[in-house]
Design a protein around this ligand. Structure first.
Ligand code: GLA
Length: 376
């Protein structure tokens, strides 16, 4: 463990943290102008930082190879930076592209957000940098504005055409609640989620199957959704109400129908989840989550054998409901369980994975935590 001082020979100006997220419901809806309901994890990327006046951006990660990456801020260009350093570089490049006069910095990172697990470790990294830069350079930018910048960084510099959910979750979630977000206009509501008070837990199961959203599959799904909206004469699939689903499907080529069915029914599931939470009935969320998994598996086709096994086993072992969370193609499963069943469900999944010859999954209970913030 090398702290900021031992890497850069001076004290940082401050320390900032931004969390990963788990999405309760509303998957692959964000780039369709739809609704999402994520919560922030207690796991964060922490960034210690200080300004530099010579235009250099220096990056060091406790999870990296022990070396400092040195970049010239003025030379940053999409495609020119490799590996994890792309994410912080992307944020600095985007701030400048958006007209903010920011220069260099020394940045030191430490993270306990599992990477490649569908828990938004990259958004957490981007949002930690965005928040640190806001304070280092005195930028008058709100949390949603920083989230949009971080999303643009990922879209234009890293090259992943993601929606805005992960960055908004990392910036705007609050402790003790989930964030209901309308991804069209970014209106949002903090929704209290007192699971502990109701004897419930959210079990996260990281299947350890790594996905890579940059591999093109995500972009293809997004393009399929946008093409469907266009064929239906809609601004986005969010504008297709459930009542209009059947006739709309008849107008679409067969290969696009399941995508549209998922997005429309998933927006309905977010509404159902909200109604249950507003009524103080989080225990009834289970079937909504499980239906969401079936839709991602059968219609959107972004689950995989490991996420299917984790979700099915969790439910068979007594979970109230379970679904994959995040972009898919691996990553994590979320299970809603009674507190007393937490260990049994986690054990059942671990045993099922061993029996299937899969890597041992990592399991933990998620508590709704605070979004990006300055620590010191
Ligand atoms: C990834 C993307 C998000 C969202 C989810 C799927 O996490 O970064 O924008 O599309 O997949 O809901």
């Amino acid at each position: 463990m090398a702290d900021f001082h031992s890497v850069y020979g001076a004290a940082p100006a401050g320390v900032w943290a931004a969390p990963g997220r788990v999405n309760l419901i509303g998957e692959h809806t964000d780039y369709n102008d739809g609704f999402v309901l994520p919560l922030a994890l207690p796991h964060t990327v922490r960034a210690a930082a200080r300004r530099r006046s010579d235009g250099l951006l220096r990056l060091y990660s406790e999870q990296g190879d022990g070396r400092v990456t040195e970049l010239r801020v003025a030379d940053l260009m999409p495609g020119r930076v490799e590996g994890w350093a792309r994410y912080p570089a992307a944020v600095v490049w985007t701030l400048r592209a958006a007209g903010h006069e920011v220069g260099g910095a020394d940045l030191w990172f430490d993270s306990d957000v599992p990477t490649g697990a569908g828990l938004s470790s990259s958004a957490a990294l981007e949002c930690a940098v965005a928040t640190a830069y806001r304070d280092l350079y005195g930028l008058a930018l709100s949390a949603p504005e920083l989230a949009l910048l971080a999303q643009r960084a990922e879209n234009e510099f890293v090259g992943v055409p993601c929606g805005v959910m992960d960055q908004m979750a990392s910036m705007c979630c609050r402790e003790g609640g989930a964030l209901l977000l309308d991804t069209r206009d970014l209106t949002r509501r903090q929704v209290p989620l007192d699971l502990n008070g109701q004897g419930l837990r959210l079990l996260v199961i990281d299947t350890r199957v790594k996905h890579d959203l940059a591999d093109g599959a995500y972009a293809e799904l997004r393009a399929g959704c946008e093409r469907s909206a266009q064929l239906l004469g809609l601004r986005a699939l969010r504008d297709l109400p459930y009542a209009g689903l059947k006739p709309a499907l008849d107008r679409l080529p067969a290969e696009l129908r399941p995508l549209v069915r998922h997005v429309v029914t998933e927006n309905v599931r977010v509404e159902q989840a909200m109604a249950l939470l507003d009524a103080g009935d989080p225990a009834l969320l289970g079937p909504v989550l499980t239906a969401g998994h079936a839709s991602l598996r059968d219609d959107f086709r972004v689950s995989c054998p490991e996420t299917d096994l984790a979700a099915d086993t969790a439910v068979r072992a007594g979970a109230l409901g379970a679904r994959m969370t995040g972009g898919g193609f691996g990553g994590s499963v979320l299970a809603l369980v009674a507190a007393g069943a937490l260990d049994a469900v986690a054990e059942a999944v671990t045993t099922a994975f061993a029996d299937a010859g899969y890597a041992r999954p990592r399991t933990f209970a998620a508590t709704p935590s605070q979004g990006a913030r300055r620590l010191v």
